[in-house]
Design a protein around this ligand. Structure first.
Ligand SMILES: [Zn+2]
Length: 351
């Protein structure tokens, strides 16, 4: 194996489950400099585990127990818990203790029910990124629609404009294949037409995509009560439609940014200074969209590029990295690996 092959292998391991490798390296004290000055964590659902054979969005949920254990582990490791707004100040002080920021995307009701009580028990601030169109039920979550549709049927057929594709979804692999087909339609362009077609297919099969949103996402009254009664909770903006911003014209991106900020201001009384890109990857984060986020007045914008915050991170405040608390890796040793910063060091050379 050449050195380049080895580097490629390590990189792949680091990204696709090499947390085991990173945990081993962390135990050996290798790459001790990888931790960075702090880190921002990404969460979505926080809810008790619900067994399901087909759960393609499982990576987007963690259990309340795992959240609490993670907080305890971070506390024991010497981390302080910080607000996202305070990151620039903390990053400017290289004598400060390492810090961690909790962020939760999409405004799920289980955040208020399960996560906020845990945060309050431990004095941990958090930012919940609110998507206006989900909160107002004008938009849907295609990934949840697809999961419900495929999970409930033994056969599904989609037509995304290039003819019908049918899938035998009696088996788990058949269901995953159908889900993958939907993802491929969504990930390559403005997803509006694909989502309209997916929603129509779902409705004709008796699945209501808007009811899924209403069931899972906090509405304006709930968000207002949450932010007004819980001082540790801050609201940030997360667009209106939850589309990949990189596929949209500048003026539409600006509308997404401004209208979602206006919405949060109407809930909390304060215009948000922080923004989370939908998906957080190259679908949304480009030099252009980062410049537009700056233009719209946000001070910090967060991505899902997985890395700890090394000093150079603040040179790009509109594209800060975040580490995901992933539903597939809910074990203490993975948190040890994650907070070591080693996975991101291996994958991105941050340091
Ligand atoms: Zn989101």
């Amino acid at each position: 194996m050449t050195k380049a092959d080895f580097k490629r292998l390590v990189r792949r391991l680091a990204i696709t489950g090499g947390l085991e490798v990173a945990h081993g390296l962390a135990k050996l004290g290798i790459l001790a400099s990888a931790r960075g000055r702090g880190m921002i964590l990404t969460l979505h659902h926080v809810q008790p585990f619900r067994p399901a054979a087909f759960a393609p969005n499982r990576h987007l949920e963690i259990t309340p127990d795992f959240l609490e254990n993670t907080i305890l582990q971070l506390k024991a490791a010497g981390f302080r818990f910080a607000r996202l707004e305070d990151v620039p100040t903390l990053m400017a002080d290289d004598t400060a203790a390492p810090f961690v920021v909790f962020t939760l995307d999409d405004g799920f009701r289980n955040n208020a029910e399960h996560a906020v009580p845990i945060f309050e028990r431990h004095g941990v601030p958090c930012t919940i990124f609110v998507c206006k169109g989900l909160s107002e039920r004008s938009h849907t979550m295609w990934w949840e629609t697809a999961a419900a549709l495929i999970g409930a049927n033994d056969r599904v057929a989609f037509d995304f404009g290039d003819g019908e594709s049918g899938f035998d979804t009696r088996t788990l692999s058949g269901k995953l294949g159908a889900f993958d087909h939907v993802c491929k339609q969504i990930f390559v362009r403005d997803e509006t037409p694909a989502i309209e077609r997916l929603n129509a297919t779902a409705y004709s099969a008796g699945i209501d995509p808007h009811a899924i949103v209403a069931d899972a996402v906090m509405n304006a009254d709930e968000l207002r009560a949450l932010v007004n009664n819980h001082p540790l909770v801050t609201l940030g903006a997360h667009t209106v439609s939850h589309r990949g911003l990189g596929f949209l014209p500048d003026e539409v991106v600006l509308e997404e940014l401004n209208h979602s900020a206006d919405y949060v201001a109407s809930l909390s009384g304060t215009r948000p200074t922080t923004f989370a890109y939908p998906y957080g990857d190259t679908r949304s984060v480009t030099p252009k969209t980062a410049a537009l986020a700056d233009w719209a007045g946000f001070k910090l914008s967060v991505t899902t590029k997985p890395a700890t915050l090394c000093p150079k991170a603040m040179s790009a405040p509109q594209s800060l990295p975040r580490l995901s608390l992933n539903g597939f890796y809910q074990k203490p040793r993975y948190v040890t690996a994650l907070v070591s910063g080693i996975p991101s060091k291996l994958a991105y050379g941050c340091g």
